[in-house]
Design a protein around this ligand. Sequence first.
Ligand code: FAD
Ligand code: MLT
Ligand code: ZN
Length: 468
Amino acid sequence: MDSELIRRLAHVVGDDGLVLDEAAQAPYVEDWLRKWRGRTPVVVRPRNTTEVAAVMRLCRQNGTPVVPQGGNTGMSGGAAPDDSGAQVILSLNRMKRIREVDAVNNTITVDAGVLLADVQDAARDAGRHFPLSLGAEGSCTIGGNLATNAGGTAVLRYGNTRDLALGLEVVLPDGRVWSGLRGLRKDNTGYDLRGLFIGSEGTLGIITGAVLKLYPRPLGRATAWVGAPSPDAVVSLLTRLQARCGERLTAFEMMSAYCVTLVSRHVSGAACPLAGAHAYHALIELSDAVPEGLAELLEPALAGPLEEGLIADAAIATNESQAKAMWRLREGISQAQVRAGKAVKHDIALPISRLAAFIKEADAAVEREFPGLPIVNFGHVGDGNLHYNVLLPLDVPHEEYVQLTAGLNRCVHDLVVQRGGSISAEHGVGQLRRDELRRYKSTVEMDLMLMIKRALDPDQLMNPGKLL
Ligand code: FAD
Ligand code: MLT
Ligand code: ZN
């Protein structure tokens, strides 16, 4: 990259706003899964929206592609530069201002670089609740959550990130700023520009700020771990609990026995609260701003299915540390997978009523076509979202990994799409599923997305090679 551009970038963000040293660039050029590693001439770390806009203008004038990056915890390779060494990483990790908390309007306005955990804390300090919750919340940013329309474990009750955002501030590829930071629940003034940028994975512009919804603080929770004989039983339990507990059911996670074994083996301190072997497990949580009666609701709601044999066993947390231990067991799956092998990951969504049949068919198909490969099946069943992963040995040769990934993707994604499902539920497309997307999206949908991309980023500078 020419030194003139570097000099101009330094003039905008200051010398300490540039990362030029290769060693210092390491955490930026490789993703959390260590699956994608690229190169960059410089990581640029602007302090505010004005600086982001100035950086974008300079890069555009120079024809330099830009890879926006938040916490770099994405699972689809969306924030990794390619190995050309020509792509600038624009990191939002210096933009950490909480701009405003309006407890009466139930909104919080933040910079895109604010960590999800810090937004949760700011909401709690204001006597409110920001419900987005996922295993990476200590290091992912609101900008990345919006750009990937992140899901997590509270979608059942509160929806995806898209449902939690009221307004956005975005720097466009031409350097102009769209200031849409309105905290309005009703604003019918033209196309849904906010919806366009949420889930765009850095390919249409750089999200620099957001107005997010706040909710009443849940003052109580009742958490349980359940053992069940099959995915059908788990889905039936979900239906029963939704009927009985309504909106107080705020999380419902499922995992296979193998997931529990992996976490118990690879995550210290994690142990299953149930004795005996169960083909499937579920983590269930009721929570509410009115804490009374949650335990009294959960206990009989599980007693019926237990007596009928729908579920085989259940443990209700009697204190906060037991509830936390149950969540650590669930959240430990991501880490356990990475330690146990190289996962071929699928982040799929199906109508909840079709999940059990899919699992049965997919298990049979994978066993038939790829005998002996362990399946790590878990996810947010309340949203119809499964992480249906297949684990290969840590030392699997790269060529073999690529070959098996293509075959497994075909096998799993064909089954999903035939059942009206999606091949990317919450992690986004990134570079991981870009070619799969083209295979399954209709021509009209691909044309519409390409028309939008060409209109907003005619020079194709925004996050090249991702999503489209
Ligand atoms: P990055 O990884 O930095 O970037 C992700 C994408 O967004 C890239 O395409 C990037 O270019 C783009 N981007 C980032 N910031 C901006 C911005 N300001 N403007 C425009 N584009 C931007 N995800 C879930 O949905 N649900 C889960 O339950 C979940 N659990 C996880 C558990 C673990 C342990 C880990 C490591 C990850 C998990 N994730 C999960 C994936 C990841 O945390 C989410 O995708 C998260 O939203 C990424 O945020 P980030 O700030 O790290 O984004
Ligand atoms: C999860 O639900 O734990 C995440 O989406 C991460 C993963 O798929 O590993
Ligand atoms: Zn998930």
